[in-house]
Design a protein around this ligand. Structure first.
Ligand SMILES: [Zn+2]
Length: 499
């Protein structure tokens, strides 16, 4: 019922802004249909069409040896359908891209694959949260870039010596879900820029079965009645279960950080698996975002039970599982750069929080402000006096505006604030964000591939060493038996010759 009212409101809102002159456009606010206020963004339908067009291009060799396919995945229990884009090397069976036979065999052995794919597999998920429009944009941009690189290689232009190996960063197969929350995304495009949840008003990144917590903390983070109650999470789970990726990445916005498991608790001590993930993330943070990384619950300062990377890591044994937050507005961006600086200096969390409070110029708990930055309708201390904050300094005024966004989105100005909180509002910034993160995704694919190959090769070497050792031992035992036989023969011979 509530959904129906909201839909009606969205419908009414979209009629209200048909006149372009009626669109309110200022530094902070974008109001109206996405095609009117930020036409450089794609709609969900356009993302689908662009992926299908790239698949067609690849079929005629337009992406070199890169093959792109777009499939649809649905669930017999729910009405949602997700597009799944599969990217492979057309001649992956030949694997003539530098990996040795030893590496390929060890890769096969080191994974619990139930697919025919022979190599590193990566699953990238975009748009779990509907309002984070920049996330699917970045996935589509990556796909276009891969096709261009593949084409540069395949057309023999000679400029891309790395060829497809460079295009896929060493991975042999990618699965991209470019729009993981398509039905709510349609509402966002119509102007409801604060909508995070799915069509049932469930937070898809709290609906996974691992450490699912049914407690409803806020409308924004409603986990649903049970783990995997939602069609979108079931479909994502089924794809990941079948594909058995080495890398699972879910991309979000509203913050700037690179998260590893666990999100459900910050009391889980880091293990050797986390060390490898940190090794992969450190250069990416240095090069692309200067942002904090590590255990998701720690870097976002709140616990997120039922999230996708905990499930991928714990239930599916995915060795590299990440949540990336790729865009925040300037105030929050400053905070994350500062937070990374603190992380480098390894200061105590308590001290860091105090300093953050000073920096943000508000008598708010920075942890709560940070939590709110990802989830504006989550509990945020000080919401009661948000109105009085508006009267103060500019920075505090902005904070007050953000905090006052705690109420359900009821007017267009709040929707405008949501757009620029989660997404770059200018075309220049939009392109800069896409270029930056597409390069980061490709670095991630390269680093994870290198880690997986190295781990596979190491386990192959240790297997071959133990095989050689046991062979040597059995040879030795054969040899020793031969020696004792020879000795006894010679003894008997000498005995026989003695008299
Ligand atoms: Zn998100």
């Amino acid at each position: 019922m509530r959904g129906a009212w909201r839909s009606l409101w969205v419908l009414a809102a979209s009629f209200a802004v048909t006149d372009a002159a009626a669109i309110l456009r200022s530094k902070d606010r974008l109001v109206g249909n996405i095609a009117d206020v930020a036409p450089f963004y794609h709609t969900g339908a356009q993302i689908h069409d662009a992926a299908v067009a790239l698949a067609k291009t690849s079929q005629t060799g337009g992406c070199g040896d890169l093959a792109i396919e777009v499939g649809q995945r649905s669930d017999d229990k729910g009405p949602s359908t997700l597009d799944v884009v599969t990217v492979t090397r057309r001649s992956s069976a030949a694997t003539g891209n530098g990996s040795s036979l030893l590496q390929r065999r060890s890769l096969r052995r080191s994974t619990q694959t139930n697919t025919a794919s022979d190599g590193v597999r990566a699953m990238l998920v975009y748009g779990e949260h509907a309002r984070e429009l920049i996330s699917p944009e970045s996935g589509l941009h990556l796909l276009k870039t891969l096709c261009n690189i593949g084409n540069a290689s395949g057309s023999g232009s000679g400029t891309n010596a790395g060829g497809l190996s460079a295009a896929l960063g060493g991975a042999s197969e990618l699965k991209l879900v470019l729009n993981a929350n398509p039905r709510s995304r349609g509402e966002v495009e119509a102007g409801n820029y604060c909508l995070r949840t799915n069509e049932d008003r469930v937070d898809l990144n709290r609906n996974w079965g691992e450490h699912f917590n049914p407690k409803v903390e806020s409308d924004e983070t409603n986990p649903g009645p049970s783990g995997f109650s939602e069609p979108e999470t079931r479909i994502l789970r089924d794809i990941a279960t079948e594909f058995q990726p080495h890398l699972f990445l879910t991309v979000h916005s509203g913050a700037l950080l690179l998260g590893t498991p666990f999100g459900y608790t910050n009391n889980q001590p880091p293990g050797p698996k986390e060390e490898k993930m940190i090794r992969v993330l450190t250069p990416i943070s240095d090069k692309y975002c200067d942002c904090p990384f590590g255990s998701l619950a720690k870097v976002i300062n709140y616990e997120a039970p039922g999230n996708s990377i905990d499930y991928a890591f714990e239930d599916l044994n995915v060795p590299f599982a990440f949540t990336w937050e790729i865009y925040a507005n300037q105030d929050l961006m400053d905070y994350y750069h500062w937070s990374r600086k603190e992380q480098k200096e390894e200061k105590k969390a308590g001290g860091a929080m105090e300093a953050a409070e000073k920096k943000m110029g508000a008598s708010k708990d920075p942890a709560a402000v940070l939590a709110w930055s990802l989830d504006p309708k989550s509990p945020a201390p000080g919401a009661d006096d948000a109105t009085s904050l508006v009267q103060r300094s500019n920075k505090e005024r902005r904070m007050g505006q953000m905090l006052s966004g705690l109420e359900p989105a009821g007017d267009a100005s709040q929707n405008g604030d949501c757009f620029s909180q989660f997404n770059p509002a200018s075309e220049g910034e939009y392109h800069a964000v896409l270029d930056k993160w597409t390069n980061a995704y490709r670095d991630l694919l390269s680093s994870v591939s290198a880690e997986v190959v190295a781990a596979g090769a190491a386990s192959a070497i240790s297997l071959s060493l133990s095989l050689s050792l046991s062979l040597s031992l059995s040879s030795l035992s054969v040899l020793s038996r031969s020696l004792s036989l020879a000795l006894s023969l010679s003894l008997s011979l000498s005995l026989s010759l003695s008299p």
